[in-house]
Write a protein that binds this ligand. Structure first.
Ligand code: UD1
Ligand code: CA
Length: 454
């Protein structure tokens, strides 16, 4: 049986108090809608339609060609939202998952199980329910004495007895597509919120004598809907732990999971150790046997094996195997550092290449530079790469030795195995194997200090 999905994502999310549509708020580095989309795709869905409304353009920009977007101009309720997708399913005869865009913890396996149960039971609708210790805010699942689902009642419409029901509607459903959109037309907004509730479809089916099934989740945390920023922070915590445990299962040591922040797309090799207060973000990939942290932030970087990074910030860069970074290094986008290299304390590198075995151990700024292999950049070396208008390149060829406190005024090149004397301001190229000295000669005045004292 074919499986398609509709993700309801048009709501403003008033309780978020935000300019951003609710479904684009991030959990572990990815918008909630992205998490839901991944779950849906992972469940084997072949076509996904997202209903967008508030901030639709931002939603469209985020989705790209990963889903078809339909617009719900006015947010008149979840049933009305689903109706907007009707045109996309005119000749579709398979099953249809309906999911809310604000449940980022939902697992693909849960959706797959819901779809399987639905298919096997032959029901027209199967809803995913959960037992919540605190069900407040959710729709309650009302069952007959025989235990069959008869309807869903929203919190705001529920009687005092109904409010005591702890089985809640997760907002996730699987429907037989044929007949669904016709049935939606029977829903009226005669309720406390004056909205077209998708939940009313259950009672409509039951009254027609059609079979409605329910699948109940063991772990209700998975279907927590995010309506405000407090719930957002709770989801963040749960998902962060899930990501870290997945890494631990794969052989990564995480010393303190409560203080380690890893985005969901990050890849880490085995026997790598992640120390506390470390943030690994975006599309970062880290090899095996590395020690990362404490106190590092690494965004969109590719890191080799046996690398050490301590108290450093890295973005958009590649770091070769066996290289040591930090403490307190700042590696900015466009930087490529080779293997067995060393970047030490208070060194900033921007958009530069550093070859294998080269060392920039202390207090340097390196920008727009090409540094060869086995180059030694002394403490306090600065590339003067910017003249106020344009950026210029510095080239340090293999084996060059740059004395401490050197200014390299770009564009400039230091040739192979050349040496630059400490304290030089180099404005002209230094040929290979030469010594470049660019500082005033020292004069010693005999007994000058002694005379001053007398
Ligand atoms: C909904 C369910 C409730 C369930 C809960 C689970 C209804 C009437 N209620 O309530 O039974 O327990 O989810 O989290 O369905 N949306 C639109 N267009 C609209 C309104 C909403 O696209 O006109 C989208 C929202 O963007 C959101 C989703 O539908 O992603 C759910 O809407 P929300 O307002 O959060 O519904 P709840 O009140 O949480
Ligand atoms: Ca909700």
């Amino acid at each position: 049986m074919e499986l398609a999905a509709v993700i309801l994502a048009a709501g403003k999310g008033t309780r978020m108090k935000s300019d951003l549509p609710k479904v684009l708020h991030r959990v572990c580095g990815r918008p909630m809608l992205g998490h839901v989309l991944n779950a849906v795709v992972g469940a084997g869905v072949t076509k996904t339609v997202v209903v967008a409304g508030f901030g639709a353009q931002q939603v469209i920009d985020f989705l790209g060609d990963n889903a078809t977007v339909v617009l719900q101009e006015e947010q008149l309720g979840t049933a009305h939202a689903l109706q907007q997708a009707e045109g996309e399913f005119a000749r579709y005869t398979g099953d249809l998952l309906v999911v809310c865009g604000d449940t980022p913890l939902l697992r693909a396996s849960t959706l797959a199980r819901l779809a399987r149960t639905h298919r096997e039971s032959g029901a027209v609708a199967t809803l995913l329910t959960a037992e919540m210790a605190d069900p407040s805010g959710y729709g309650r699942v009302i069952r007959t004495a025989a235990g069959n689902v008869s309807r869903i009642v929203e919190q705001k419409d529920a009687s005092p007895e109904e409010l005591l029901v702890q089985e809640i509607n997760t907002g996730v459903y699987c429907f037989k597509a044929p007949g669904l959109f016709e049935a939606l037309k029977e829903i009226s907004p005669a309720n406390a919120q004056g909205e077209y509730y998708l939940t009313d479809i259950i009672q409509i089916f039951v009254q027609r004598g059609l079979t409605v099934q329910a699948v109940t989740l063991e772990d209700p945390r998975e279907v927590q809907g995010i309506n405000d920023r407090i719930q957002l922070s709770r989801a963040e915590k749960i998902l962060r732990r899930r990501v870290l445990e997945e890494l631990m299962i794969q052989g990564v040591t995480v010393m303190d999971p409560d203080n380690t922040y890893v985005d969901q797309d990050v890849k880490i090799g085995r026997d790598t150790v992640i120390l506390p207060f470390t943030f690994l973000q975006g599309k970062t990939e880290i090899g095996s046997h590395c020690i990362i942290g404490p106190g590092s932030k690494i965004t969109d970087c590719v890191i080799g094996d046996h690398v050490k990074i301590e108290y450093s910030v890295l973005a958009g860069s590649d770091i070769g195997s066996h290289t040591v970074i930090g403490p307190y290094a700042y590696i900015r986008p466009g930087t490529v550092i080779g293997e067995h290299a060393r970047v030490g304390d208070f060194v900033e590198i921007k958009k530069s290449t550093v070859g294998n075995g080269s060392k920039i151990p202390h207090l340097s700024y390196v920008g727009d530079a090409i540094i060869g292999e086995k180059v030694n950049v002394g403490a306090g070396t600065i590339t003067c790469n910017y003249d106020g208008k344009n950026k210029h390149q510095t080239i340090l060829e293999d084996g060059a030795f740059i004395g401490s406190n050197t200014n390299l005024v770009a564009p400039v090149k230091v040739g192979r195995n050349a040496v630059v004397a400490a304290g030089s301001t180099i404005t002209k190229d230094v040929p290979a194997h030469a010594l470049g000295v660019a500082r005033e000669r020292q004069t010693n005045l005999a007994d000058w200090a002694k005379k001053r004292r007398e």
